[in-house]
Design a protein around this ligand. Structure first.
Ligand SMILES: NC(=O)c1ccc[n+]([C@@H]2O[C@H](COP(=O)([O-])OP(=O)(O)OC[C@H]3O[C@@H](n4cnc5c(N)ncnc54)[C@H](O)[C@@H]3O)[C@@H](O)[C@H]2O)c1
Length: 306
């Protein structure tokens, strides 16, 4: 893995510019600080309610002039447009984007709340979680790919690098937090679905999937976790995994799971062991189906039903 100082600079020696959504707190804040420590320009894109935290973080940096805060709600396409436009006006091209903004539900999906007529009420909290974690990540990824495709290629031929923050909840469902787990499975699918276009555009798209890390999201049970003696990430562990994944030219379509002090790539073993978990026959059908779509030049989209 090449993560020398040059990874954080463009061939003309200017610092790379990194946008971190949800960068005012928790994992995002540590990630922003780590990129800055490597000499990058950083842009913290977070909600207006996090402006004090973002501005305090910037004020504490060694070179605040290499950092900006843009009030951004990732669910708003207008905000995402403004974020990229203003960031480019300030620093030139955007080289790395970390799609990290995320939230956890504050009401259970199967809490069957009824209205005054005894009717089951809609799970509005589920929509909020899917909007922030999945739609927000889709907005960020789409705009980042569009922005990066016209960057000149880096020394390794890459025009940009995007890291999507999923979770171990993108692979497992045991905790039963329905909306969060559904959204994070969506983020893993988003990365897989983006690989073909990403390669064509010269952009690397990877996932980092953390396990338990003490932040606001886990504050409801983090003391009990500590007492249990189970291994925990620090925000620094996760930030280091995000930063090294983003600058490593060998990472493309990978997913780095971070648990305790362990980091494992899990997409390649999943692919190479397909016959083991799917069986030889279905695996063969899937391979032939994949070749069919490749030969076709991609999935032929149906007309929208009127
Ligand atoms: N902490 C963990 O154990 C853990 C585990 C797996 C994955 N993650 C993921 O890591 C990421 C960071 O979470 P964290 O643990 O640091 O939590 P956190 O609550 O400390 O930070 C989340 C940040 O996202 C911002 N945010 C929320 N909604 C937003 C929106 N609509 N637009 C812009 N910003 C928004 C918040 O203001 C906050 O600054 C999330 O995607 C989370 O799902 C966390």
């Amino acid at each position: 893995m090449n993560t020398s100082a040059s990874c954080y600079h463009l061939p003309n020696n200017k610092p790379k510019t990194v946008i971190i959504t949800g960068g005012a707190n928790g994992i995002g804040a540590k990630t922003a600080r780590t990129y800055h420590g490597h000499g990058c320009n950083i842009i913290i894109a977070d909600l207006p309610s996090s402006s004090d935290a973002a501005n305090a973080l910037i004020a504490s940096l060694t070179e605040p002039s290499r950092a900006r805060y843009h009030p951004t709600n990732v669910t708003s396409w207008h905000d995402i447009q403004a974020l990229f436009r203003l960031s480019k006006e300030t620093f030139g091209q955007i080289d790395i984007v970390v799609s990290n903004a995320g939230t956890m539900e504050s009401k259970g999906f199967f809490d069957f709340e009824e209205d005054e007529h005894g009717e089951l009420m809609e799970a509005t909290e589920a929509g909020r979680v899917i909007d922030i974690n999945l739609k927000g990540t889709m907005n960020t990824l789409r705009m980042a790919m569009h922005s990066m495709k016209s960057n000149p290629p880096d020394a390794d031929g890459t025009r940009g690098s995007i890291v999507l923050i999923a979770s171990t909840s993108g692979y497992f469902g045991g905790t039963g937090v329905v909306s969060y787990i559904s959204s994070k499975h969506g983020v893993v699918g988003l990365s897989r679905a983006s690989q073909s276009v990403a390669r064509q555009l010269g952009v690397r798209v990877n996932v980092v999937a953390p396990f338990f890390t003490p932040t606001h999201i886990t504050s409801g049970y983090s003391e009990k976790w500590k007492e249990s003696g189970l291994p925990a990430n620090t925000t620094e562990d996760v930030a280091n995994a995000i930063v090294s994944t983003s600058v490593d030219p060998a990472r493309q379509g990978h997913s780095m799971m971070v648990a305790g002090n362990l980091v494992r790539e899990i997409e390649e073993p999943r692919t190479t062991s397909t016959k083991d978990w799917l069986g030889e026959e279905i695996s063969d059908i899937m391979t032939r189906g994949g070749k069919f779509f490749n030969d076709l030049g991609g999935y032929t989209l149906p007309q929208a039903r009127s």
